[in-house]
Design a protein around this ligand. Structure first.
Ligand code: NAD
Length: 468
């Protein structure tokens, strides 16, 4: 079995012990990761701190070039990285699976080369000159989840290094292998100490959030852990970007053609078997088209093979871990007990692997936990409505505010309704499509700040204004 080392100060480092990473499709061991300690974290932060002054002083052009080189190096290893992601997450190699994830990582890394670190001239005339400069903040701490492990690591690493910071990355212990390999690749390009990775238990994440030498934390994960990160970052007043949980509502208006929108709805909800922060998690459908939308989604589900991600025939994989599996089982059982009508699925597989079928639950409403809570899995509640004002109120009646969607032939009406939804992104006739040039982030309890685009890069910078 391949050993995946940590990288600290440009050197590979194993720990005294390792922990197993489980293949969710089989329950077998997919690989082993170093069981890093708080001493390893100290070394990683010290290495990042030592590397910062020289790295920050490099010409901006050099850092642009690094981003392009990183994109090319990832692309050259697409297949091996995709296999690794599939083994640790279960997602299919094909379709919107692990090759797509690696492709996204290349796209985000490459795009960063075009972002600007140039000063903005606020005034430059006979009366005077005021220039606003972007400066790196220092050492960044990154904590990532298991659902899109490599892509999210890139979303943290690339803006940090593009803007002249150094970084310590701590991946989820559930799926750390592709991040370990990614950081190894990046270290063949960047100076030693710029990007470091430490794997191990959750306590490493907690120690990072409180570390006095870390100037900024970027965290992607659950809202509950985001609160802990924010709390422990407070003592040292760290800058924070928090990308947290979502419970996105989709609203289907009566003017749609159900057959035409079914595929967009399906993948909006079930990309990565529903384990995606910005997936469609509650579907509100107008009474006039409710039965037809339910029928089309049920038909489509039958045509979507689920199984081992390594088998090219499959477009859907297992849940990544048992905790998530149990959560989906409990939410669906509860919805059934409260009168939910299961259109398809609803019965967990008995193993091996964490397979739970695509499940559509009709005739539920707000107040049922499957609607109110983030299921983060392949079970979609479908809610009937007849009044648009009332359905907007129901969609907004949630502590999360990551994304939302409106499905209609009338774009003007869709845009007007989009503005009434309390969330960071709204798609019309689509759900969840994100781009490296468009800011993405949550409102309400879905997070703080944005990632991507110039606005995302600016979160990794201090602003310094020079008068005169
Ligand atoms: P999680 O919160 O359980 O874990 C995320 C990371 O935090 C892991 O690396 C974990 O080791 C670490 N961690 C655990 N305890 C910690 C502590 N006390 N201090 C610091 N770090 C700690 O989340 P998860 O189960 O890995 O991921 C699923 C969640 O992530 C979902 O809620 C999903 O919506 C969210 N998510 C959000 C986005 C987004 O962009 N908004 C993207 C992906 C996932």
């Amino acid at each position: 079995m391949t050993d995946y080392p940590m990288i600290i100060g440009g050197e590979t480092r194993m720990a005294d012990s390792t922990f197993d990473v489980t293949d969710p499709a089989t329950g077998d061991v997919a690989g082993q990761a170093p069981n890093g300690t708080l001493a390893d974290l100290e070394d990683a932060v010290a290495a990042a701190k030592a590397a910062f002054p020289a790295y920050a002083a490099l010409p901006d052009e050099t850092r642009r070039g690094y981003c392009s080189q990183i994109a090319a190096a990832i692309e050259a290893e697409t297949e091996a990285l995709a296999q690794l992601i599939t083994r640790e997450t279960g997602k299919p190699l094909q379709g919107l699976g692990s090759r797509f994830e690696v492709g996204g990582a290349c796209g985000w890394a490459g795009y960063a080369a075009s972002l600007s670190m140039e000063p903005e001239m606020i005034q430059d005339d006979n009366e005077g000159r005021v220039a606003m400069h972007r400066k790196p903040v220092g050492v960044v701490g990154s904590i990532t989840p298991w659902n899109w492990p490599m892509l999210i690591a890139i979303w943290h690493i690339i803006p940090a290094v593009r803007s002249g910071n150094t970084i310590v990355v701590k991946p989820s212990p559930m799926a750390p292998l592709s991040t370990l390999r990614l950081v190894e690749i990046i270290n063949t390009i960047l100076p030693a100490g710029v990007v470091n990775v430490v794997t191990g238990p959750d306590e490493i994440g907690a120690a990072m959030s409180a570390h006095p030498d870390i100037a900024k934390m970027v965290f992607t994960g659950s809202s509950a852990t985001g609160v802990k990160v924010m709390r422990s970052a407070a003592d040292t007043l760290k800058k924070l970007t928090l990308e947290l949980g979502g419970n996105d509502a989709g609203i289907v208006l009566p003017d749609v053609d159900p057959a035409e929108i079914a595929e967009g709805l399906f993948w909006g909800a079930f990309i990565n078997t529903g384990q995606t922060c910005g997936a469609l998690k509650r579907l509100y459908v107008h009474d006039d088209v409710y039965d037809a939308v339910c029928d089309e989604l049920t038909k489509l589900t039958a045509a979507m093979p689920m199984g081992s991600g390594l088998d090219e025939a499959n477009v859907l994989g297992p849940l990544q871990n048992r905790m998530q599996f149990d959560k989906v089982v409990a939410l669906v059982e509860d919805a059934k007990a409260q009168g939910g009508r299961v259109l398809t699925g609803g019965a967990p597989s008995t193993g091996p692997g964490n397979f739970y079928p695509i499940t559509l639950v009709a005739d539920v409403d707000n107040g049922v936990p499957l609607v109110d809570e983030e299921q983060f899995g392949p079970a979609l509640p479908i809610i009937r409505y007849s009044d648009i004002d009332e359905v907007i109120a129901r969609a907004n009646d949630n502590p999360n505010g990551l994304g939302g969607s409106v499905w209609t032939r009338d774009l003007e009406k869709g845009r007007a309704l989009a503005l009434r939804l309390e969330c960071g992104s709204v798609w019309i006739n689509a759900h969840g499509a994100i781009r490296p040039d468009v800011p993405f982030g949550g409102t309400k309890q879905s997070g703080l700040g944005v990632e991507f685009g110039q606005a995302g890069l600016d979160e990794y910078c201090d602003r310094q204004v020079v008068f005169g």
